[in-house]
Design a protein around this ligand. Structure first.
Ligand code: UTP
Length: 233
């Protein structure tokens, strides 16, 4: 059996300025097509706006970082439920639960073609969950679909000289992201914990702008895609 393909869908893809309804329809079509070709797919959905706003609101009253992370996790699971329901509605063979561990998620592929999940534990983001899910499902790579076109040499929002990178190694990526865990709700090109775990298991990462469904399709089909390819050493 070909290993399942794992894709992290940043929460910004569900709450951005693009035409979300059209995007969801295209995403669903892409997944149905992939399943129709006998492939298995794991979707790890980020928290987006509800996570950010929930964490921001709670942070006025709650100081415990783990508790704030739990609010973010609840938002990721809300979004995962949305996608899971959307796929079940049209008869996809999608797992009927949102698993809370990547081990359990990987086991669900014995029965289902599609597994949708959100966050698992405090201390990291869904980028890291997607890496752990790929590792547990025996997959050699993970696709991180976000709302930027590439990994940049520096944060493009703060630095006009930031250049997009087409290809780099995991260690080079770690030099950009640093090693320190993000704060609850803090965003980064790729979560440093995800990079660390990818180094530990030698996983390849593709980072791309998921608002353009064609880029997701290219990466799913193993074709060259517009974005950043991160290779183990
Ligand atoms: P996200 O995975 O959505 O963060 O988790 P992100 O990737 O930065 O944001 P989007 O999805 O691209 O917009 C949101 C928050 O939920 C908590 C963290 O606080 C994180 O910042 N979280 C999520 C966890 O603590 N553990 C998880 O496994 C997932």
């Amino acid at each position: 059996m070909v290993a399942p393909t794992i894709i992290a869908l940043g929460g910004s893809l569900l709450y951005g300025d693009h035409d979300i309804k059209t995007w969801l329809g295209q995403l669903r079509q892409t997944i149905v097509h992939f399943e129709g070709n006998g492939r298995k797919i794991g979707l790890v959905v980020g928290g987006g706006k509800p996570a950010r706003e929930g964490i921001h609101l709670a942070s006025h009253l709650v100081s415990d970082r783990q508790k704030l992370d739990e609010i973010g996790i609840a938002a990721t699971r809300l979004n995962a439920t949305l996608l899971q329901t959307m796929l079940a509605e049209i008869g996809c063979n999608v797992a009927n639960i949102i698993p809370t561990t990547t081990n359990n998620a990987a086991e669900l592929f014995e029965t289902f073609d599609i597994v949708v999940m959100g966050g698992t534990k405090p201390g990291h983001t869904t980028d890291a969950v997607s890496v752990a899910f790929a590792r547990d499902a025996g997959s050699a790579h993970v696709i991180i679909a976000t709302n930027v076109s590439h990994v940049y040499t520096a944060d493009p929002r703060k630095n006009d000289d930031a250049e997009p990178i087409e290809s780099l190694t995991l260690t080079e990526l770690q030099n950009i992201t640093g090693k320190e865990a993000l704060r609850p709700g803090q965003s980064a090109a790729v979560d440093p914990i995800a990079v660390n775990w990818a180094i530990e298991c030698g996983l390849r990462i593709g980072v791309l702008d998921g608002r353009d469904i064609r880029r997701i399709e290219d990466a799913l089909e193993g074709r060259p895609f517009e974005g950043t390819l991160v290779q183990p050493e």
